[in-house]
Design a protein around this ligand. Structure first.
Ligand code: 13P
Ligand code: SF4
Length: 327
């Protein structure tokens, strides 16, 4: 996570690493309108790495992975948080900062993982494995978090699992992340068959093909990929973890196995790195646009609200995670 308050010249410089001059000229009036509205409304904009470059470089106050943005949400002193990400992320910000108004520019920005599971599914898993702690990935709606003992993100999943007693854990809803964490911690996992529609598409054959074509290429993958893909990669970590990896290895060629915008957004920091982008788009993340961010700020929409009966236990699971911190 880093704070990002660039001026117009700097925004144009960063965007020039990924957009053409006419594309930048088209986006700048909207970017300037949003940055003006932000001041008028005393709002702060939190942006995930998978947002398009015009949002990431143009209007963000804070950029980060799920954990970094959750941590930032606890420190915000503005009246309003506008979340440029998907709905579960905005909900997590609301859980951690209930006194602020949290807006999501498109409330239908979902996630294949969060949509894969119901509270009944969690109760069935708990009944099947009584006494086994339930770890829920942050990519879940609040009613799922409310059924769980502790939350985690891809940035701290192994640390969270290692903080729990016993040698077994229930991990919902991402079966691949659950399996990857089980291998890392040496514990036994019981999972739910949820998958990220972006990361499940990458295969070991993709990696082999890139390594054959670009000898010496570094392969870094998000842990929502299958265990086979993770084992074939040189590094696996959250979106923030991938950026940190590049900071330590800033030269040569790299293949980033994750959503398209990740490499597009971070590449301006690594001019000596050649990015090969096996590109897969998250349609949910791409529902957020400059246009609907303007509407969100002008009309104060769409407000994220969580019923208290769900918010209280859900917040407990997220706050337990926050005490564990980053892995
Ligand atoms: P990160 O927490 O690593 O940013 O992941 C969020 C996500 O949705 C990845 O698909
Ligand atoms: Fe969900 Fe995958 Fe999109 Fe992340 S990339 S929001 S996990 S569908």
């Amino acid at each position: 996570m880093h704070y990002n308050t660039p001026n117009t010249t700097e925004i144009r410089r960063r965007l020039a690493t990924v957009l053409s001059a006419p594309e930048i000229d088209l986006a700048m009036p909207q970017i300037e309108r949003i940055n003006q509205l932000k001041k008028e409304k005393n709002a702060v904009i939190l942006v995930h790495y998978y947002q398009v470059p015009a949002i990431y470089h143009g209007i963000a106050d804070v950029v980060g992975d799920s954990l970094g943005l959750s941590q930032a949400a606890t420190q915000v002193d503005a009246d309003t948080i506008v979340f440029c990400g998907v709905h579960f992320m905005a909900e997590t910000a609301k859980l951690l900062n209930p006194q602020r108004t949290v807006l999501i520019p498109d409330p239908t920005a979902g996630c294949s993982l969060s949509e894969s599971i119901t509270p009944e599914d969690v109760r069935a898993l708990k009944a099947k494995h009584p006494g086994v702690p339930v770890v829920c990935y942050v990519n879940t709606q609040a009613d799922i978090k409310a059924e769980s003992d502790i939350c985690c993100t891809s940035g701290n999943a192994a640390k969270v699992v290692n903080s729990l007693p016993g040698s077994e854990f229930i991990f919902i809803p991402d079966e691949f992340l659950g399996q990857n964490v089980a291998r890392e911690t040496g514990k036994t996992v019981f999972t739910h068959p949820g998958r990220c529609m972006v990361h499940e598409q990458f295969t070991v054959d993709d990696i082999k093909a890139y390594r054959a074509q670009f000898p010496g290429i570094q392969v870094i993958a998000h842990p929502e990929c299958s265990p086979d893909v993770i084992q074939a990669a040189d590094y696996s970590g959250s979106t923030h973890g991938m950026e940190e990896y590049l900071r330590k290895h800033p030269t040569g060629q790299v293949m980033m196995i994750t959503e398209c915008s990740m490499a597009a957004n971070v590449k301006e920091q690594f001019p000596k790195m050649e990015f090969k982008m096996p590109c897969t788009i998250c349609p949910h993340m791409k529902k957020i646009t400059l246009e609907n961010v303007i509407s969100a700020l002008e009309k104060n929409q769409f407000v994220v609200d969580i019923p208290e009966a769900i918010a209280v236990p859900a917040r407990r699971a997220v706050e337990r995670m926050m005490t564990v911190g980053r892995g």
